[in-house]
Design a protein around this ligand. Sequence first.
Ligand code: NAD
Ligand code: DAU
Length: 335
Amino acid sequence: MRHLITGGAGFIGTNYIRYILRMYPDDEIVCADKLTYAGNYDNLKEFEGEKRFAFEQIDICDRKAVYSLFKTYNIDCVVNFAAESHVDRSIENPEIFLQTNIIGTEVLLDAVNKYGIKRFHQISTDEVYGDLPLDRPDLKFEENWSIKTSSPYSASKASADLLCLAYFRTFGTPVTISRCSNNYGPYQFPEKLIPLMIEKAQRDESLPVYGDGKNIRDWLYVEDHCSAVDKIIRYGKVGEIYNIGGNNERANIDIVKIILEALGKPESLITYVKDRPGHDKRYAINSCKIQNELGWKPQTDFDVGMRQTIEWYKNNPKWIERILNGEYRKTRCSL
Ligand code: NAD
Ligand code: DAU
């Protein structure tokens, strides 16, 4: 199978490329990425010269470039990871989120219709369901819940989901959608909670916890997200939405304390700061559908995953350093 992976220089895409190349020796990957601030070509450099891998620096909103990509490569399946992904940035500057997350998805769907491929998989998020109250642990997002978004980021992701479903109904486009909870693991850009706190704690800088730190997220090790998407593209039913979750709810403050303890740093580094506007209280995912229908289950125990993640950041100081000093943006593709 030849996969077009958009956003493959980002956190989850880069892990997914590794997963597919490792698991399927006959599969090929074409990675298309604009290399925004969140795209890091350092993540992909090791694949230069690999016959089963090609990289194209393109913007998914650029219709001409996207069509030309589909013409050049005989693509079987698209997995669309490309997105503006950080909630705080969407509050500062919503427009780019609408552009990439909505228009970019529409351009890809048009290309899929024009060039007729087997599957378009949209990587969505649990944030499209809005949030849950802290005092109702019995409630978890289900696929048939209505959309109720809080941030410009989640509104843009929900719009993309609606477009995918509309293309399925109107044109018969072979789409599937997955809505996953918070991922953690190697290669995550250090603006997101876990890598940011690891990086700051290592430097003995203060750790900014929004509000009272009691907001809850459901954490999933990134490789488990990759295996779920892989199951969906191979065995999932077109037109369907699949929730993916870790069944592992933690308050932000507890995550921060785990990191401090693992690094042997004092809790006095914690600083409570102004809350995120519209901050979602709690996310929790019911992933019975993918478990029952496709036989997927998360494999990584949270304590093990966190230990591996913290070790990875400790063992890759250059990766972080090149992000912090901006050098990573100077790496250019030589393929
Ligand atoms: P990321 O920000 O780390 O990576 C995004 C990638 O997309 C980057 O490589 C960037 O260069 C690329 N990109 C951005 N705009 C582009 C454009 N116009 N054209 C081509 N490439 C472009 O994001 P991530 O955390 O890896 O998330 C990947 C996907 O998963 C996103 O769609 C996000 O909404 C979704 N998601 C993320 C999480 C999470 O916890 N990180 C959870 C659920 C869903
Ligand atoms: O739920 C899936 C979503 O998870 C994805 O769709 C998004 O792309 C991804 O960014 C993530 O969104 P969150 O907003 O949950 O992730 P973030 O790492 O930004 O924040 C996690 C929690 O930690 C959230 O409650 C806000 C809080 N936080 C975050 C940062 C960056 C802090 O308290 N301090 C911080 O400095």
